[in-house]
Design a protein around this ligand. Structure first.
Ligand code: TRP
Length: 361
């Protein structure tokens, strides 16, 4: 079996599990919120864009509103794994927090925290590191990609071990469900292995840590407006906080093709298909329906529809974001309270780990 086939099979299996999980959440979350405790998070590298919004942010709010206990990590220590340009982490954290709150994450129900402010979470790294091999870490696809990109430059110890750090993000709060994109599945597998090995090596098989499961979004991978991978540094994204005019200008400059009739053909017309997908996701319609409505309107007609869909879809988010941005005191309070709650949970877990490993003095 080639590794690509293997990856596809793993993905298909993960998708099936994920769909079952989704159904269970619908059925039981309200009565038993802790059973489905969710952890997700982002690196604070700046404001979020529509890709984040459509693929994960909307879904987090949906889970929260179903009554699931949700933890959201602002992974500030992960930013420093990306060596060179770190930028101002505090203002990036603020941008991220604003997008979370504007999208509808409610700090009364959802714990939003920065992992650098939770010492016990980070301390879990030590026993967890004892449970993985360096070969395993070097095999991790993200680490491998970074290695390949580094062109032989030395790799920081933190980059090599960051999947273990991510396991600590998940296991510190005993999360059971991790909404992730396909690219994060190997990290989740490692987290599951760490949970299993911890139980067998340190707890004589007792289930101290449960193995968390992935909840995969159904949203197709979106591309940037130039048809390449969405990336803030390439300037091919629409940020949630951009103004309506900035959004219109970006979409006007988006790549399309010269065929007048608009059709949804992802293989043959990837840029047009991408724009149709974006509009469809905001409008709650299939991209084919959006295409049929534009029909002979050409690239101009397509761009008008996409611009209106994005700007209307984000108007409320943008207004709330602007309001929240004026209240710095509130933002500080939200983070302090989130961090305090995360610390409580992390301290409990660390106490449990110490007791299990015979290190309670
Ligand atoms: N690595 C994730 C990203 O780059 C962010 C993240 C950090 C995360 N810790 C996590 C995601 C734990 C899920 C669970 O987007």
């Amino acid at each position: 079996m080639t590794s690509r086939t293997a990856e596809r099979d793993t993905y298909a299996a993960a998708l099936a599990t994920s769909n079952r999980l989704d159904a269970l959440i619908d059925e039981h979350a309200a009565q038993d919120p802790a059973r489905f405790r969710v952890l997700t998070g982002d690196r604070p590298t700046g404001p979020l864009h529509i890709g984040h919004y459509l693929a994960s942010l909307r879904n987090r709010v949906r889970l929260q509103d179903k009554g699931v206990e949700t933890f959201v990590v602002i992974a500030d220590y992960q930013v420093v794994t990306d060596r060179d340009s770190v930028g101002r982490i505090d203002s990036n954290v603020r941008d991220l927090l604003l997008d979370y709150l504007a999208a509808g994450l409610d700090p009364a129900r959802t714990t939003i925290f920065t992992h650098s402010a939770v010492p016990a979470l980070n301390q879990l790294m030590v026993p967890f590191l004892s449970l993985v091999t360096d070969a395993e870490l070097r095999r991790n696809p993200t680490v491998k990609d970074e290695l390949a990109l580094s062109g032989g430059r030395p790799l920081s110890g933190l980059l090599l071990t960051y999947p273990v750090h991510q396991a600590a993000d998940i296991l510190f709060c005993r999360a059971r469900v991790v909404p992730v994109g396909r690219d994060q599945l190997p990290h989740l597998e490692l987290t599951r292995a760490i949970a299993r090995r911890f139980n067998s090596r340190y707890a004589a098989g007792r289930r101290v840590f449960a193995e968390p499961e992935a909840l995969l979004g159904e949203v197709p991978l979106l591309m940037g407006l130039d048809g390449t991978k969405m990336s803030k540094s390439k300037g091919n994204v629409i940020n949630l906080k951009d103004t309506a005019d900035e959004t219109a200008a970006r979409i006007r400059a988006a790549r399309t093709d010269l065929v007048r009739r608009i059709t949804f053909e992802p293989e043959r017309r990837p840029e047009v298909a991408n724009l149709l997908t974006i509009a469809g996701l905001f409008l709650g319609q299939s991209p084919e329906t959006v295409a049929d409505e534009i029909a002979d309107g050409g690239a101009r007609g397509l761009k008008q529809v996409v611009t209106a869909a994005v700007n209307e879809g984000l108007a409320a988010h943008r207004a709330r974001r602007a309001d929240l941005a004026r209240d710095t005191g509130y933002l500080t309070r939200v983070l302090r309270e989130g961090n305090a709650r995360a610390n409580e949970v992390a301290d409990e877990t660390l106490a449990m780990v110490r007791a299990t490993t015979g290190m309670t003095y």
